[in-house]
Design a protein around this ligand. Structure first.
Ligand SMILES: C=C(O[C@@H]1C=C(C(=O)O)C=C[C@H]1O)C(=O)O
Ligand SMILES: [Mg+2]
Length: 470
């Protein structure tokens, strides 16, 4: 028998009826708990759906293989993250989720540096259980509504939920991306970059540190409003095997990432993570591309960048695991404009604690450095701008599983401008110019999605240069 899949307005009507029924069956003095109501719905593009909605924040998550897509609006539970509070917050979150039937997930994001508190309204992190969600899983689309019922507050919560439902809009498509105007402003500019790399090379010689990931924020003005959801749709088509994450605070401020890097995936006690570091450009010519890949696999500087990440992750995870193993060989992750080296790790945890995993792993030396403490202290003092959610941890937490990506390849869309972030692992043997070209290559997939007023200065270099010029 084929299952009946209601159209959008019938799905909304079904949820509304479920809310009315919930009111009848719930004792208003029951203890605090989460309830999730769901209904199947006709296939709708989650990004187009987000574009049409009015409630805030708007959030989006897609895992790397596209098996789970979650678009959320508003919130039933909102937990702004404070520096000292990450662990208790995550514990509260997992307790709430454990007592909730259904597929509830808390969307979460944490900034790169948990000691730094400000990044406009994003702060040093956010955790939200969306009020309404459109979820796509195993080719099924589900519309869901989450409720946090507290003793004596049940009616108020049900009324808020019905009001949210009544505000839903039907999707009507995604607006075109704007043209990027003029030249970008880079923080730091090339001279500042060169100075910092040289300073780091001295520090490595003195033995103070072994690796620091230095980054840049590049800012363009846009000709008209830039839809984060259109950007994620186009970017995701270009980089199919990437996590996609988006958080729109309001119509003037959003953060999105289309990133190849997994921080961790936890299913019960089973853990998967990876060391992603070491980069070469890609070439359109097949033979040249293959030569670049082979050169990357054989290159000692890139191998060293990757090994430092692998060793650090392995050493830090060891005390949390009953078993832990990593791939012997490096594999290649091939994106549209760059390719990376990757080692994968698998383990069995002693405890199913996301708080422990986040604190242990983040930030890995793929975005921070070795030693973590010295690299972070150096970056706070010398990087020269504040990363905010770039190179942060973003993902979703469920009752029995969780997954986080590392938000490299990310942008903030703020008041008519686009800020694009990119970093490169600086180690002994790094060359300032080659590392600058590496971050240009990392930004070039994003830039290729836009028309540019002044494209002649777009930062694309001949592919062979990045490795040869060291
Ligand atoms: C920091 C970024 O990427 C990281 C740095 C890499 C490198 O230097 O080779 C490769 C992948 C990531 O570990 C970024 O893209 O912003
Ligand atoms: Mg590198």
């Amino acid at each position: 028998m084929t299952q009946f899949i209601p159209g959008y307005s019938r799905a909304c009507a079904s949820l509304d009826q479920q809310l009315i029924d919930t009111k009848k069956r719930i004792n208003p003095l029951d203890q605090r708990r989460l309830i999730r109501l769901e209904t199947p719905v006709e296939p709708i593009s989650a990004l187009e759906w987000l574009q049409a909605q009015r409630m805030l924040p708007r959030t989006y998550w897609r895992d790397r293989d596209g098996k789970a897509i979650r678009a959320g609006i508003g919130y039933a539970v909102k937990m702004p993250v404070n520096v000292a509070e990450v662990s208790p917050l995550l514990k509260t979150a997992s307790e709430l989720l454990k007592n909730c039937d259904g597929d509830a997930a808390i969307m979460s994001a944490f900034s790169f540096d948990q000691q730094a508190t400000q990044w406009g309204g994003f702060g040093c992190g956010q955790m939200v259980l969306p009020r309404i969600e459109l979820v796509e899983k195993n080719q099924r689309h589900v519309l869901a509504i989450n409720l946090l019922l507290e003793p004596g507050q049940v009616d108020a919560e049900l009324n808020r939920a019905r009001k949210s439902l009544a505000s839903l809009q039907y999707p009507t498509g995604l607006p075109e991306l704007p043209m990027l105007l003029g030249q970008p402003v880079h923080h730091p500019a090339y001279n500042g970059w060169q100075d910092r790399v040289k300073q780091l090379l001295q520090a490595f010689k003195r033995g103070d540190m072994q690796k620091v990931v230095l980054s840049r924020c590049s800012e363009w003005k846009a000709a008209h409003a830039l839809s984060p959801w259109r950007l994620l749709a186009d970017w995701g088509q270009r980089e199919a095997e990437s996590f996609r994450f988006g958080w729109q605070l309001n119509d003037r401020d959003a953060f999105v990432s289309c990133t190849p890097e997994r921080l961790f995936q936890r299913r019960g006690l089973l853990l998967r993570t990876e060391a992603l570091a070491g980069t070469a450009p890609r070439s359109e010519g097949k033979a040249e591309d293959q030569a670049l890949a082979q050169a990357l696999l054989n290159d000692s500087k890139n191998g060293h960048e990757n090994r430092l990440v692998l060793e650090d992750i392995h050493n830090r995870l060891q005390p949390l695991c009953q078993q832990l193993e990593h791939s012997q060989d490096m594999s290649l992750v091939r994106l549209s404009k760059v390719q990376h080296l990757r080692h994968t790790l698998r383990g069995v945890l002693k405890k199913d604690s996301d708080a422990d995993l986040l604190q242990t792993l983040h930030p890995t030396p793929a975005v921070g450095g070795v030693s973590r403490e010295n690299a972070m202290a150096w970056l706070r003092k010398h990087e020269g701008y504040f990363r905010g959610w770039y190179a942060g941890a973003a993902g979703c937490i469920k009752a029995d599983s969780s997954e986080f990506c590392v938000t490299i390849r990310s942008v903030r869309i703020k008041e008519g401008s686009l800020q694009a972030f990119a970093g490169a692992g600086i180690v002994a043997g790094s060359n300032p110019q080659a590392e600058w070209q590496e971050i240009n290559a990392k930004t070039s997939a994003l830039l290729s999605l836009f028309k540019q007023e002044d494209p002649c200065l777009s930062p694309v270099q001949h592919p062979m240069q990045a490795i040869d010029q060291r």
